[in-house]
Design a protein around this ligand. Sequence first.
Ligand code: ZN
Length: 194
Amino acid sequence: MVIEILGNKTNPSVLVIGVFHGDEPQGDYLVRKYFAKFPDTKLLMVPCLNKAGMEAGTRVNGNGVDINRNFPTKNWGELQINAFFGGEAPASEEETRFVIDLVEKYNPRVILTLHSPYKVVNYDGPGEEVAKKIADIIGYPVEASIGYATPGSFGTWAGVERNIPIITLELDENVSLKALERPMDKIFNMLEEY
Ligand SMILES: [Zn+2]
């Protein structure tokens, strides 16, 4: 499996990941559009992490695993139900290991992942400041996920356990991609300063 990376592969300080969940495809479009307009971006961008899921239109990957429940967190596996199946073992999935390798290789100062449809700017770890900036641009509320455990999530792994500011941006699925493009370009532009 080849997972595509766009942007700054030299010394990025911000990592952006689209399509953790295959039925939330907005990130793929938005990242590619931004990269087409700003090919010299300082951001490191993965337009589509879950290619098999996106092709099948499923939340889970090709093995039926929710990548966002497959990270090797301390609380991995405490909750495994249906579409939220966290895998046979922590980091059992290639997509999960790909993300872990990126974080360990580049040690990003900020991470942004693109989801839908809840219209909320969720953060883990020390991500409140950047969450507020994103919220100001897109007009969604900020929501800390402290206290609401999501076993095996990327937010828990990177934010709670590694103290990296990480934003889980839940986009509106009831507006056009074109309508999301303008605020997302502004958000990506803002993140260029980190
Ligand atoms: Zn999602």
